[in-house]
Design a protein around this ligand. Structure first.
Ligand SMILES: Cc1cc2nc3c(=O)[nH]c(=O)nc-3n(C[C@H](O)[C@H](O)[C@H](O)COP(=O)(O)OP(=O)(O)OC[C@H]3O[C@@H](n4cnc5c(N)ncnc54)[C@H](O)[C@@H]3O)c2cc1C
Length: 316
């Protein structure tokens, strides 16, 4: 492996029916608009295409799913191995019965909540405010306004790193706050969400209420990654960051949002190194001020520079 990047030439990769691109820039695909390239970016045609590819791919090659990149720092050295992005074929949402929807892993929260409204299904309104995909919600147990994905998830279809396609129920994920035990390299290709019967006009009113509350409290039109740190038990992360004097703190092109102190911003030309270093500086100051150790909610993936070793997931 040497410098952390596997030698992965096209000829060594299994054939695909979708698209497979080498050295694909990820910055345009993530909310922070920063970071390096995917060694390979795969957009499968359907679940079988993904399954066939993974079954034949060298098991040592790391695989990572990418949604809308709304909770991700992609490090500047890029992501070794294969990044799987679910495109249009995975963005469909259809009604399965009076209160349930089958949602493609690449469908957005807005599409899911609007389809639920049209079908008279209440309880999914909170997804209106989370700018991610169904796969990201299942992986992160995304939630807002008192509800989380685990409250609506019935079951989901996943392609495991081995290529095996399985249907798992909610219990398989051992959900806790913003965490699931989804195995490394697994890609959620669809999920069934269940709500309760509701009146479309009342559902729309709730979606509007949520949208305007969001607009007031979060920097929605900025290059950001959503909530940076998990709320520690008994605390609000934003308040700890504020108390530690970090509101507006800058490092390179990265800044702690003035509007919501648990959001980091790329003010224009930040590198992912700037953003991650600012987050670490905030953690240090919060620990010094309040004694609380903040835990990253944002997923940090890839390598810092092509000369540093591979590191993915929750490491620092
Ligand atoms: C302005 C803003 C507001 C936000 N507000 C909220 C909020 O209120 N509540 C909240 O919970 N989050 C919030 N977030 C964070 C983010 O939207 C959620 O974490 C969301 O679930 C991420 O979805 P995504 O599809 O963009 O995933 P990504 O950011 O692309 O990926 C996040 C993680 O999910 C994994 N993943 C993505 N797709 C799949 C898949 N198909 N299969 C398996 N794993 C997958 C990735 O590998 C990665 O580990 C906010 C973000 C922003 C920018």
């Amino acid at each position: 492996m040497g410098n952390g990047r596997l030698t992965l030439i096209a000829a060594a990769l299994p054939p695909v029916r979708g698209t497979l691109k080498a050295d694909a820039p990820l910055a345009p695909l993530v909310w922070f608009k920063a970071g390096g390239a995917a060694q390979w970016l795969f957009e499968p045609k359907d679940a079988q295409d993904l399954s066939d590819f993974l079954a034949r791919l060298d098991p040592d090659v790391p695989v990572m799913a990418l949604g809308l990149g709304s909770n991700l720092i992609v490090r500047d050295g890029g992501v070794p191995g294969v990044v799987v992005r679910l495109g249009k074929p995975f963005a469909r949402v259809e009604q399965v019965d009076a209160t349930a929807l089958r949602c493609g892993g690449g469908a957005s929260g807005i599409l899911v909540s609007s389809t639920a409204r049209d079908a008279g299904i209440a309880g999914l309104e909170f997804l209106r405010s989370i700018p991610g995909t169904v796969g990201g919600f299942v992986r992160m147990n995304g939630g807002a306004y008192g509800r989380e994905t685990c409250d609506i998830l019935v079951e989901f279809d996943v392609v495991l790193r081995s290529g095996e396609q399985v249907t798992l129920s909610l219990d398989a994920l051992d959900y806790t706050y913003r965490h699931s035990s989804l195995p490394q390299g697994a890609v959620v290709v669809s999920a069934i969400f269940r709500g309760v019967p509701g009146d479309p006009a009342a559902i729309q009113a709730e979606m509007d209420r949520i949208a305007s509350a969001r607009e007031e409290s979060q920097p929605l039109r900025s290059k950001t990654g959503g909530s940076t740190f998990k709320n520690p038990a008994g605390h609000k992360a934003w308040a700890l960051v504020d108390d530690a004097g970090c509101r507006g703190l800058q490092l390179g092109g990265a800044q702690v949002s003035e509007k919501h102190t648990n959001f980091l911003l790329n003010t224009g030309d930040a590198t992912s190194a700037d953003i991650e270093a600012l987050g670490e500086e905030v953690r240090r100051r919060v620990k010094a001020k309040s004694g609380v150790e903040l835990e990253w909610e944002i997923q940090r993936v890839g390598i810092k520079s092509p000369l540093e070793p591979l590191s993915q997931g929750k490491d620092t």
